[in-house]
Design a protein around this ligand. Structure first.
Ligand code: MTE
Length: 323
């Protein structure tokens, strides 16, 4: 990215989460804490109604909160990259909540599919059978990381719904274009709208996920409401936010960061501590967090810790060349 990595001391004191919110506890207790601690006011109408957005979600026992240490909610939702709302980490929270509406929302499935369609997001979630919670590592190409309890559904369910034709080999994702209410799109820092891509077999992998929530609540605008891609074995920039269209294609689509700086960002973007970014090392990462672990660094893991699950997708591929 074109932005510098901020120092830990730059994190505002207000970003430190109350102890009660980041202690690990079983999911039901956590929801109870949210209900008492934040009262209804902090919860969105989507969450309170329960009928929309698919909440509450159930923890998928394969990806439990007990296996990783989730980053406090305050950090996940206030330290963001969402260039549509500005390039500073604090911009998305500020500018994505000043009149920009992520509801109602339509997602289009198009291209080489047997069932092209447009869906209202809430109808879509109902049709897919609701949502689940998964706790995943999140590693940005800028060498910082978090652990996020996402709510959502497997991307493979959407693929099945679209019913790709045999010629379909890739998915192209597109973010909303709205120069009026997304102030960052007034600057031509990148070519809008933001786009991303996956191979079809990557999209069908068990880990590939579409997030609709965080910590059991509707996903905040700054994190990519209402639908955002999560591919935990890849750098965060693959996690395209506020998706309006998924198109199935025969050829590999270009992706925003690769279009901007092809020498620095590739199509695959698999987390790889052995291949440095041209301007910085990828061997370790800064752990974003609250008191107790602010500023700590940890070793970056191959495929961000998901090597056992995903290495098979890239057999025979030179990972230094196909970065
Ligand atoms: N999606 C869009 N549309 N615009 C963006 O600027 N930034 C990407 C990705 N998705 C981005 C985006 C980058 S670089 C990262 S690291 C993640 O979103 C950040 O997600 P987070 O703010 O939820 O941590």
């Amino acid at each position: 990215m074109n932005i510098r990595t901020p120092q830990d001391w730059e994190l505002p004191e207000s970003a430190v989460t109350a102890e009660s919110l980041y202690q690990l506890r079983p999911r039901r207790d956590f929801l109870r804490t949210l209900g008492i601690g934040l009262a209804g006011a902090a919860l969105s109408s989507r969450h309170l109604l329960g009928a929309t957005g698919g909440f509450p979600s159930l923890e998928n026992p394969a990806y439990p909160a007990s296996a990783l240490k989730p980053t406090p909610y305050e950090f996940i939702t206030s330290y963001n990259n969402f260039y549509e709302f500005g390039t500073d980490k604090a911009d998305p929270k500020m500018y994505a909540n000043r009149g920009w509406k992520s509801e109602p929302w339509t997602l289009e499935l198009a291209g080489l599919v047997r069932a092209p369609a447009k869906f209202d997001v809430n109808d879509l979630i109902k049709q897919l059978g609701g949502i689940e919670q998964r706790v995943y590592r999140h590693r940005c190409v800028e060498a910082w990381s978090m652990v996020v309890p996402w709510d959502g559904f497997p991307l493979a369910k959407l693929v099945a719904l679209a019913d790709p034709k045999p010629e379909a080999k890739f998915l192209k994702f597109t973010t909303l274009l709205d120069r009026v209410s997304m102030p960052g799109q007034k600057d031509n820092i990148i070519e809008w709208p933001y786009v991303e891509g996956l191979r079809l077999d990557e999209a069908n992998h068990e880990l590939a996920f579409i997030a609709t929530g965080i910590y059991g609540k509707a996903i905040p605008n700054q994190n990519g409401a209402p639908l955002r891609l999560v591919v935990p074995w890849k750098y965060g920039f693959k996690g395209i936010k506020s998706i309006v269209k998924i198109e199935f294609t025969a050829k590999a689509p270009r992706n925003t960061w690769n279009l901007m700086a092809p020498d620095e960002y590739g199509f695959y973007a698999n987390v790889n501590p052995n291949v440095d970014h041209p301007r910085w090392s990828q061997a370790s990462e800064r752990v974003i967090g609250g008191k107790g672990f602010a500023g700590s660094r940890q070793r970056t893991l191959m495929f961000n810790g998901y090597e056992a699950q995903v290495a098979g997708l890239y057999k025979g591929l030179d990972l230094a060349k196909y970065y």
